[in-house]
Design a protein around this ligand. Structure first.
Ligand SMILES: Cc1cc2nc3c(=O)[nH]c(=O)nc-3n(C[C@H](O)[C@H](O)[C@H](O)COP(=O)(O)O)c2cc1C
Length: 207
């Protein structure tokens, strides 16, 4: 079982990467082989809207890293997307990746049937996490993936979505900031449950 995480953060190894790594480590402990792909390491040219992908499973833009990413997407049983909130949305890197993946979706849904999940983190406590997460989950659903969340089916609900914040709270008229989003124990627990839910569904689908 392979789980591929794709980080849309413009900052490699920071908050979003730490959360993705937390999910991957838990999945690895359950036997999955895992990989974290940093989009900031990749060269992905812009979609030119030529619409070649309407009639073929091909993209006319070549000579960049999209072919490498395609190979990894096809080989994965589970695809986990992570993006920090940028203006109540995914980052430019993540959106560019989404646009360029259209040739894997519009003529034929080649990623159909895989398991998908997404997580996000932001500076503010109510900074646009839910909208950003929904954008990634819709993307995965349009690609035909079965999207899971971080609900533990046997426990009362704790956090319905994996959505971090650097803002811990407010005390004596001052905001208290976290050094890293993963200092939030509830968020870490949600990441681990997300991994368990991904692994469980991949097992069920591959039976
Ligand atoms: C261009 C830009 C736009 C941002 N927009 C938002 C926003 O709309 N809401 C918010 O709460 N934080 C916003 N942030 C803060 C980031 O979401 C936050 O710093 C996040 O932790 C960055 O993730 P990273 O550590 O993986 O890079 C923005 C940051 C940048 C650079």
């Amino acid at each position: 079982m392979k789980i591929l995480a794709i980080n849309g953060s413009h900052r490699k190894g920071k908050n979003t990467a730490v959360l993705l790594r937390t999910v991957l480590d838990e999945a690895a402990a359950l036997g999955a082989s895992t990989e974290l792909l940093e989009l900031s390491d990749m060269e992905i040219k812009l979609c030119i809207s030529c619409n070649k992908c309407l009639t073929k499973c091909e993209c006319s833009v070549t000579g960049d890293d999209m072919a490498v990413i395609e190979e990894k997407l096809l080989a994965a049983d589970g695809i986990l997307l992570g993006s920090p909130v940028y203006w109540v949305n995914v980052t430019t890197l993540m959106k560019n990746f989404m646009d360029r993946s259209r040739y894997l979706h519009i003529y034929k849904n080649v990623l159909d049937g895989k398991v998908g999940a997404a997580l996000t983190t932001a500076g503010l406590l109510y900074g646009g996490q839910e909208t950003t997460l929904k954008i990634m989950e819709c993307f995965l659903q349009f690609h035909g993936l079965h999207v899971v969340d971080c609900r533990d089916p046997n426990e009362p609900i704790t956090a319905p979505i994996v959505a971090g914040s650097l803002m811990e709270g407010f005390k004596d008229d001052r905001v208290i900031w976290r050094r890293n989003a993963a200092d939030d124990q509830l968020l870490v627990a949600s990441c681990k449950q997300l991994a368990r839910n991904m692994v469980k569904l991949i097992h069920q689908l591959n039976k």
